[in-house]
Design a protein around this ligand. Structure first.
Ligand code: PLP
Ligand code: COI
Length: 339
């Protein structure tokens, strides 16, 4: 196994041994190929370069106490990538091929899966791009699917610790009938200015309101939002947010714990009523929210009054981690063990 300072890994790219690739040509997907090259030779008129025919996914593999490697909800990422492909007219990769590619790339890079209890995990990044040349605005006729992996630590400072966030009203990430619900690179390009502003102001990350009315909470730049009050888990319903697989899992775990779940519009002012809140996602896991400031409106919604993660966030976090690391039974069939 690789010797890295596992417990102090940040969230970034680190070279591993192999990536895997599948090409789509002549109307069909080819065979899975193993590659040790980090670069992609490409036509200069490829649609991913000009017209944003590009999407990606993010999921994680975990090493358990028993030494086994577990991948979390890979079928859900396959389905979301297919939905994104329908959204920007790219060739859809079948679920079985997606799963085969993920298992293969994890197995090939087994020595980079962090040890149990290091707090780190193996981040898996599938990427699908239009490689066929077009000069007019049309979908490509050739695509490339690649998966690389990289060992990572926490995305937000301190891991499971509270952080301050900020609502940015100046820039929108996505439009109500745009591509916000798909995992396309363009959404992240649209988020860069707001993200930079948030960081410049000393916050962990930016929050977006719905772009039409600027009234309801949408999500953060790289994570969904949930709030907790009166034994209820409340998360935004919006056409412009990414359907987070972590959020979907937390809603299930909350129900299992006897917590009510509401998926509905959340007016900004309601932030003042939450007992706890969190940002959730593959990279973020659960990142408990200390406060959300609306600087342009001179408001501050302090959620974690003692500065500590609350009891419901803590319980959900521990449960999710226990399933991911194999410490508790996988009753919902979320785990794929890499053989
Ligand atoms: N929202 C955005 C904009 C994201 O980039 C992510 C990360 O993937 C999420 C939410 C969380 O989604 P998931 O839980 O599927 O990782
Ligand atoms: C993820 O959580 O997988 C993400 O994609 C977040 C971010 C790194 C884009």
């Amino acid at each position: 196994m690789e010797t890295l300072d596992w417990s102090n890994l940040g969230f970034g790219y680190r070279k591993t041994d192999y990536n895997v690739r599948i090409y789509y040509r002549n109307g069909k997907w080819g065979e899975l190929e193993t590659c040790s090259e980090e670069t992609i030779p490409m036509h200069m008129a490829a649609t991913c370069l000009h017209y944003g025919q590009e999407c990606f996914e993010g999921l994680k593999a975990f090493r358990g106490k028993d030494g086994k490697i577990r991948i979390f909800r890979v079928d859900e990422n396959a389905k979301r990538m297919q939905s994104t492909c329908r959204g920007i007219l790219m060739a859809e990769l079948p679920t079985e091929k997606f799963q085969e590619a993920i298992c293969k790339v994890v197995k090939l890079n087994e020595r980079f899966v962090p040890p149990y209890e290091s707090g780190a995990s193996l981040y898996i990044r599938p990427l699908l791009i239009g490689t066929g040349a077009q000069v007019g605005v049309h979908p490509a006729n050739e695509y490339l699917f690649i998966v690389f992996v990289t060992p990572v630590g926490p995305y937000f400072k301190g891991g499971f610790a509270t952080n301050p966030y900020v609502i940015i009203r100046e820039y929108d990430r996505a439009a109500p009938l745009g591509t916000g619900c798909f995992k396309v690179g363009g959404n992240y390009a649209a988020s860069l200015r707001a993200n930079q502003k948030a960081h410049d102001l000393g916050y962990s990350c930016e929050f977006y309101l719905d772009s039409k009315e600027k009234k309801y909470i949408d999500e953060a730049g790289a994570a969904n939002f949930f709030g907790i009050k009166n034994n209820t888990y409340i998360t935004p319903k919006s056409t412009s947010i990414l359907p987070s697989i972590t959020n979907k899992s937390l809603m299930q775990l909350a129900k299992d714990m006897g917590i009510a779940v509401e998926c509905r519009q959340i007016p900004e002012e309601e932030l003042s009523t939450f007992e706890e809140a969190g940002a959730c996602g593959t990279a973020a896991v659960i990142s408990p929210i200390e406060r959300i400031d609306d600087v342009e409106n001179n408001k501050s919604y302090v959620i974690a009054k003692d500065g500590k993660p609350g009891p419901v966030c803590t319980k959900l976090y521990n449960k999710l981690r226990a399933i991911q690391y194999g410490d508790e039974p996988d009753v919902h069939n979320w785990i794929t063990i890499v053989e």
